[in-house]
Ligand binder design. Structure first.
Ligand SMILES: Nc1ncnc2c1ncn2[C@@H]1O[C@H](COP(=O)(O)OP(=O)(O)OP(=O)(O)O)[C@@H](O)[C@H]1O
Ligand SMILES: Nc1ccn([C@@H]2O[C@H](COP(=O)(O)O)[C@@H](O)[C@H]2O)c(=O)n1
Ligand SMILES: [Mg+2]
Length: 207
């Protein structure tokens, strides 16, 4: 009986008619998620979806959720899952790609469970950038990108949220053997060496 196997194949990680591969990219604020995602896009053909960037774009678009999102970001709090998941889903469906780096999501247990329930997508793996707070704080204070949350008061709130709400998500995926941990305290090129080894199986085929 072949039918059940075929059904399993077509329903697994399907979105908008295509089968997608998702890697969640997690790590504390300033651990270098965005920086390394840019490198991964260039070398491995993934599309980078930063939950934070999508939320900031939503504020700029004048959406009805803009004021709420702006307040949450200034406070370092996590925006309700339905808002962020809708943005991620729309971006994945709109994209012609089928390989996605989802950066900065899931940030808490509510994000994780809601994404799984709504999209039925489970990540191929979770890339975790591990970095000490004092190094992350130094990087954020030197980032100079005009972010409203890159000030010492909000940075400390973001660190607290990371420890209390985001680390348990990493522990959850660790218990499923899905976490690939990277020492993110090293210089950018050295961090990318570790990243490359993880993404090697996803390298575009040379014709
Ligand atoms: N390995 C590194 N060593 C030194 N500086 C780094 C390293 N990786 C990134 N940076 C710098 O640190 C700052 C934060 O990096 P990045 O924006 O990639 O972090 P992030 O994890 O995406 O942070 P956030 O969660 O706040 O979006 C940037 O100015 C970046 O250039
Ligand atoms: N899943 C998420 C991701 C982000 N946010 C909010 O955006 C802020 C900035 O996120 P970065 O990944 O760009 O650092 C974050 O502090 C949250 O306020 C969110 O709510 N949910
Ligand atoms: Mg970032």
């Amino acid at each position: 009986m072949d039918a059940p196997a075929v059904v399993a194949e077509v329903t697994e990680n399907m979105l908008g008619g295509k089968k997608v591969t998702v890697a969640f990219v997690l790590g504390g604020p300033g651990s270098g998620k965005g920086t390394q995602c840019t490198n991964i896009v260039e070398h491995f053909g993934f599309t980078h979806l930063s939950a934070g960037d999508l939320l900031r774009a939503e504020i700029k678009s004048g959406s009805e959720n803009g004021t709420m999102i702006d307040t949450m970001i200034k406070e370092g709090k996590i925006v309700p899952s339905e808002v962020t998941i809708k943005l991620l889903q729309e971006a994945m469906i709109k994209s012609e790609n089928d390989k996605f780096l989802i950066d900065g999501f899931p940030r808490n247990e509510e994000n994780r469970a809601a994404f799984e329930n709504v999209t039925k997508i489970s990540p191929a793996f979770v890339l975790f950038f591990d970095c000490a707070e004092d190094e992350m704080e130094k990087r954020l204070l030197g980032r100079n990108q005009g972010r409203v949350d890159d000030n010492i008061e909000t940075i400390r709130k973001r660190f607290k949220v990371f420890v209390e709400s985001s680390l348990p998500v990493i522990e959850y995926y660790s218990s499923k053997d899905k976490v690939k941990k990277i020492d993110a305290a090293k210089p950018i090129p050295e961090v990318f060496e570790g990243v490359k080894a993880i993404f090697a199986p996803y390298a575009p085929k040379v014709k």
